[in-house]
Design a binder for this molecule. Sequence first.
Ligand code: ADP
Length: 266
Amino acid sequence: MVLDETIIKTIVPYYKQTGKELEIFDKVWVNRLPLLLKGPTGSGKSRFVEYIAHQYQIPLITVSCHEETSATDLIGRFIIKGAETIWIDGPLTKAVKAGAIMYLDEIAEARPDVIVAIHSLTDHRRQLYIDKLGETFEAHENFLLIASFNPGYQRGFKELKPSTRQRFVSISFNYPENKLEAEILSNETGIDADTSNKLVNIGTKIRNLKELGLTETASTRLLVDAAKLIVSGFPKRLSVRLAIIEPLTDDLEISQALADVCDLLI
Ligand code: ADP
């Protein structure tokens, strides 16, 4: 079977290991265990998945889950074509049949029936039951389910039920330590080491400003974006404001307070 969404990138995605995740993945893959990547937004989860898909040469199908994502969206549906009703496989069914990594990004956002749909794929059965077809499919030996989840219970983010979490081996992601993060910024954007270090200091500072009550904090992604603006010729402080501060808050006072802090650091 040929996958239209198949992505085996020809260029190696850049990924800097920040813990033991690559060694862990090796064992996860050997055992074909479902994997949950926990961590804040912009901490490298998706990049990690792209990287391992490339390293292991497994096709990758990604679904970014949102509150309307249903089991039907993943499994497939009947559509009417002329006088005929035909079945169209959804991304999960394609991955199960062809042997791909199914990456469900932000799985907690999806509707509860998605969790029910993946149930028999996350235990020893490795099967997908499609009730609309009345058929059960055994997963291809290269099929692997990976999901991501942003634990932010205190900030009102959606939770994953403990019974669901128990179905996955879990790896925690967080923002990399300063030296690694600066290296990532330089690699991703070509920014000079001095400015890269300054951006990382800004990231660390904002992450420690808990009293501002920001829902999200300065992620590696935001630092990369600021670095990109700077590299393309924008003034540093303006780049920080546009790429780091503005995405984090709409509150004028908080935004000004953050700008004051950041201006001192760059
Ligand atoms: P998440 O999926 O956790 O929201 P991403 O994987 O999309 O985050 O990471 C956001 C960006 O941050 C990436 O596009 C990349 O530029 C950078 N990044 C974060 N962590 C790493 C890492 N360990 N190695 C390389 N790039 C990283």
